[in-house]
Design a protein. Structure first.
Length: 481
């Protein structure tokens, strides 16, 4: 298990560092561009993001999951990735005119040309990263993410100051990808494969179809509001909803991203060693939701001052959206590792089935609720969250034998901790009003009080995460002495 802990440390440093730099970038952009400008880029990037889920076609996860790897399998994975990713890059470049006409936003055509660059570089980054992830070596990932994030931050600011507007955001993504490729190229820890093999890739393609299709549909749930609102409403409305969702998704993603890259290798290893994979899954959910549920609960209650301090008062209308979406993410993260579990046990088809149902429900809810306003759209996602929990629990019970009541019983301490943190945040609002102009005061009070309350709750409930934190603390003290 020490290898897993080390991987978690490097992965967390990598992902959290990149997220902090990303937060700085977002805060700066929110002050340099208008909601309408950000809305234009959000429409373009949402569509490209949908296509980008297919650019690797699951080849990276295939390499991580396989029991035995040969050089031929690696080259086949690269070959399939090149075929799909380059094909999508060409598709993006040539579809810009059509999409720009559909949304009646001329700038989307140029944005598509710029965003297509990433598709041609991605294969030569993803395969080396997958190979080091398989071995729980996340040092290279740390270097790649840090270098790419810094490059994105610097290029975004410089290009906006030079007058590129929303085009700066697209060019910054291209610069980020190029820098990541250079880090992989010159790293001694990565194994480079430049000669793809295009023969006998059917096995990887079948796996990739289900894996990438599922990832596409899962990400599509967050993108659907941008696409529907962009057609039925205005770019400014897209910008406001995108900022509200993006804010809480940033928080959830920051906490998840440190752990998520390790989950599939961890569950796959448990499966290869014939361990109890359902117990491993339950423990993974228990440990992470002990952090993410309380944080999202606090974010839901204190969305207004937090958005003001990060993005400025021009985004106040995004605060109610953020509150609803934070509650939705609490529901959604209950089974956030279910796709990793299904991949580890070779049940990718079920993964695609569940994501398709959830996406269809999301589309229907957004279209029905939009005439009632952005807050109604955000509120409809609570219904979606309940649907998702019920569906995934049913699938895991029938396909893998998950004991649903035992699973939710294990998560009860996390519910208690979240309620305690939520009540504490609500109490702070009476002492330091959240609607006050000085947003830093309530945010500062929350930042000072809530970590203590959260830690105290963990130890009083004798949560397994408290044991892990105690282990890390003792180990740190032992090393420093």
């Amino acid at each position: 298990m020490s290898r897993v802990r080390k991987a978690l440390l490097h992965s967390s440093l990598s992902q959290y560092g990149a997220r902090l730099i990303g937060l700085a970038t977002t805060m700066i952009v929110a002050r340099l561009l208008t909601p309408e400008e950000i809305g234009v880029f959000a429409i373009a990037s949402a569509i490209v993001t949908v296509l980008s889920e297919f650019k690797l076609l699951g080849a990276a996860d295939y390499l991580i999951r396989e029991k035995e790897l040969s050089e031929q399998k690696i080259r086949q994975a690269l070959g399939l990735t090149v075929l799909i990713s380059w094909g999508l890059g060409i598709t993006v470049a040539f579809s810009g005119v059509t999409v720009a006409g559909f949304y009646n936003v001329e700038a989307i055509e140029t944005l598509f040309y710029i965003l297509s660059i990433n598709f041609f570089l991605a294969p030569f980054i993803s395969i080396p990263i997958a190979l080091v992830n398989r071995e729980f070596n996340f040092r290279l990932v740390l270097l790649v993410n840090f270098a790419g994030s810094v490059a994105s931050l610097v290029s975004t600011i410089v290009l906006i100051k030079m007058g590129f507007g929303y085009y700066a955001l697209a060019w910054a993504l291209a610069v980020k990808t190029l820098i990541e490729l250079l880090v992989v190229l010159f790293s001694s820890e990565s194994s480079l494969y430049w000669k793809p093999s295009f023969s006998n890739v059917k096995e990887i393609a079948i796996f990739g179809f289900y894996n990438s299709g599922s990832n596409l549909l899962k990400r599509g749930v967050k993108i659907i509001p941008d696409l529907v609102i962009g057609k039925m409403g205005t770019p400014a409305q897209v910008g406001l909803f995108s900022r509200g969702l993006g804010f809480v998704d940033f928080i959830a993603g920051t906490l998840f991203m440190g752990v998520s890259p390790v989950v599939l290798p961890y569950l796959s290893e448990v499966k290869r060693e014939q361990g109890n994979i359902l117990d491993a899954y339950t423990r993974a959910v228990l440990m992470l939701s002990a952090v993410i549920w309380p944080v999202l609960t606090v974010a839901a209650i204190a969305s207004l001052p937090t958005i003001r301090i990060f993005f400025g008062p021009q985004w106040d209308a995004a605060a109610p959206v953020a509150s609803f979406m934070a509650l939705w993410l609490i529901l959604r993260t209950t089974h956030n590792f279910s796709n990793n579990l299904l991949v580890a046990v070779d049940r990718e088809r079920l993964m695609l089935f569940k994501e398709l149902i959830i996406l269809v429900a999301a589309v229907a809810l957004v279209i029905i609720s939009f005439p009632l306003g952005l807050n109604a759209v955000a509120g409809s996602f609570l219904v979606l969250g309940v649907i998702e929990i019920g569906l995934v629990s049913w699938i895991l019970r029938n396909a893998l034998g998950l004991k649903v009541m035992k699973f939710f019983g294990a998560l009860l301490p996390n519910v208690i901790i979240s309620i305690v943190c939520g009540l504490a945040t609500w109490a702070i609002s009476f002492v330091v009003p959240f609607s006050a102009d000085n947003a830093w005061k309530p945010v500062g009070a929350i930042a000072l009080c809530l970590p203590i309350i959260w830690l105290t709750s963990l130890f009083l409930l004798r949560h397994p995460l408290a044991t892990e934190l105690g282990f890390l603390f003792r180990r740190t003290i032992a090393r420093s002495s």
